[in-house]
Design a protein around this ligand. Sequence first.
Ligand code: AMP
Length: 495
Amino acid sequence: MKFQAIKGVRDILPPESALWNRVEQAARDVFHTYGYGEIRLPIFEPTELFARSIGTETDVVAKEMYTFEDKPGGLPPLGPYVPPEDYTAALEHAMRSGQIPDMQSNRAVLDGLKGWLGIMKDELVPQEQRSAAFGNWTATLGHIVLGEQLSLRPEATASVVRAYIEHGMHTRPGNVKLHYIGPMFRRERPQKGRYRQFYQIGAELLGPSDHPALDAEVIEMLLAFFARVKLTGAKLYINSIGDKNCRPAYVERLRSELQKVHEKLGADSQRRIETNSLRVLDSKLPEEQPIIDKLPHIADHLCDACREHYAELKRQLALRNIEYEENWRLVRGLDYYMRTTFEITAPGLGSQNAVCGGGRYDGLVELLGGPAATKGIGFAIGTDRLMLSLEEAGAAATCGLDVFVAWFGAATYPAAAALARKLREQDISVELPAQEMKFGKSLSLADRLGARFAVIVGEDELAAGEFTVKRLADADQGKLAEADLLEYLKKSRTA
Ligand code: AMP
């Protein structure tokens, strides 16, 4: 039996993982300069959190979440050997001790079970009715909720907002600025740049103000990060999708226009007319493009406040010399967005070319039970796609091995081990063979491992109190005493 990673997930191996670390560290460094601190979030949350915030009609919630019931392990398995009264008692104990949810519907189920048990045990009740009661007992048992519905997080904004509310972060001074780095899970059809476990680097700004300068600064930070990791060819697209005052009327208008062309649309778009008509604008189907081009634009339906917000966003981007393109079809797939939406594309990614999506979500904190006045804006970068684009453009990491310590003669091993430890204390990366190797094999392995230097510890060297150091790129070599060797290697170690 050979095990393999399941479809849509993958391993990230060294040296590629070194490039990932470098990129993630660049995000921490750049976001820090804008006042963001890292938040580490749980990988799973109650399903309800995602359903409420992202929206039950979105693909992410309706089709793509990994959801499971958080069942306790301690209940006896139901079967012919477990008498119904024992099972009922076990359930009651589990509910009392909090192993399964002590909720209204479960208490009702338990009462029902006890009722049927009473009939089953009552000798005065005819046998036929007692058998039927057993059937009813089994059926009632089917309605018990053994555990909470949990989901692997498909994105992190909902969790950030949950944490913001749970920890009363609105009482913190100024805006609350948080960033996160980690895996997300969506059961999508895997293809290049689309995975079922993928990674995001994201940031959220929560606070009392919705000033467009904040939106522009968030975008500026994002572009500063992309510049820091040397992503070339990134393009920024922006849009405004209105708010609860003006969007419903636009969506109604859109829906009625879409109903007129219903027959000409594909099955997905036809379904979305009723469930999530804005999402029709996301369609990439070539035959739908001429139809979508003729649909009404939201920019013509924004209320005064949204129109002014959008105009100010564009002024704020211009004063920062940020280039952008407007895309009226940029609506984003998640329900909580309002007003500003944006997306960044990068080259080398084929059809999955969005490396970052984001927008404003002013109502989300209130929707999840937090203070109504809190506004929010944020983004999520698809790290997998960012890495693909960087690698496509030639970015590569090496293994970063600095020194191979080649020792010859059993008596030299203690000195070699001591040297290796001293070098490592200076943050120098060292490979020390555990067993003695022949000279040629040893140096060839050093080469194949990509070491930059070989330090040779032989009996002659030991006697002379010196080490031979060889730069593997050009075979330049010399002898150095320990202190000088440490100094020399420290100066030339890899970053
Ligand atoms: P979203 O959370 O859908 O707004 O996505 C934000 C970014 O995450 C996208 O622009 C992609 O770069 C990335 N992303 C979303 N889904 C996936 C996926 N299944 N695989 C890889 N990257 C993804």
